[in-house]
Design a protein around this ligand. Sequence first.
Ligand code: LMR
Length: 394
Amino acid sequence: MFENLKQQPADKILALMSMYREDPRSTKIDLGVGVYKDANGFTPIMRSVKAAEKLLWEQQTSKSYVGLVGDPAYSDVMINLILADAVPRANVAAAATPGGTGAVRQAFELIQMANPSARVFVSNPTWPNHISILNYLGIETVAYRYFDSETRGVDFNGMLEDLAEARAGDVVLLHGCCHNPTGANLNLVEWQAVIDLMNKNGAMPMVDIAYQGFGDGLEADAIGTRLVAAGVPECLIAASCSKNFGIYRERTGLLMAVSSDADARGLNQGTLAFLNRQNYSFPPDHGARLVTMILNDDALRADWMSELEDVRLSMLELRQSLANELQRLTRSDRFSFLAQHRGMFSLLGTTPDKVEQLRADHGIYMVGDSRMNIAGLNADSVPVLAKAIVDAGI
Ligand code: LMR
């Protein structure tokens, strides 16, 4: 039977990760996979996570199953973190999932169950795995314009024009903040315009929020998602704790289905539990429990927020110094978008050939669409990258 299997295409982000590992050059710079790194290129365990793990080790008395949708206390803290009081808690069905990707996958499956002919509108570009999972499930995708390659900002008119094609039964996938891969984000007026359009054409928004706290701050980064949840009759929200709690390998995510009344919530909650049971039964608990402990404890929460804020500010500083260095070298403002983008990523907006040239000549690894992980830089590598960008004629 195995002979019938076909070689599957490699995920380009993960393929880049292994290429980087195998590169013997000591000067190599990893701007690939979306993992936060400190100035020494290290991905640390956050202090609050370590402290919660210690407490958990002391206090936990059983590893027995928790529940199909995870511990309700985890859903509560996450709903509070992401939605605050945007919608009544009674309208939100939620399930813990293995990471943000698990939430995305379950969301797509739910969409398919609810409407087998749903089309999912995805930004051009979007996180490649969105498209890969949608293709795998046989869900039709429609790309909408998003990135303006001239300004490196959002092509908002193009976006609205394309989203006007969505209709009831379709889903529009939006990035809650820190757009991956571009770093270009909607402002509040634009969020509201998208919501108004969804209410007009009846399409349902789905928000993927994987970088809350990495852009403009924990609250500011959630505002778009809150506006959506409060402004439409129903929506899906896929959230990840991988980045903002730095617990990548613990696989900690949450899927929320927000509806306008508590009756619909019951059906959604049952569907989320069913989908978990079909795919992996119980979701992982360790990371979710740490997040719950941190968010429910004043001291741990304060420490987590302060460390997350340091992480956010360090990325902003790197953005600014890269933009400054490029301005110095080119005597122009054409790279000022780097300081305006938010989150971990910026799309440089160059060709795959130039990206390959940077890799071959300088050992600089970025994703083929020219997505750079800003957190992969430090004070030493900023001038190296800036010079390489200029030398490559980008
Ligand atoms: C990324 O975009 O690099 C991250 O979300 C990691 C991943 O799974 O691709």
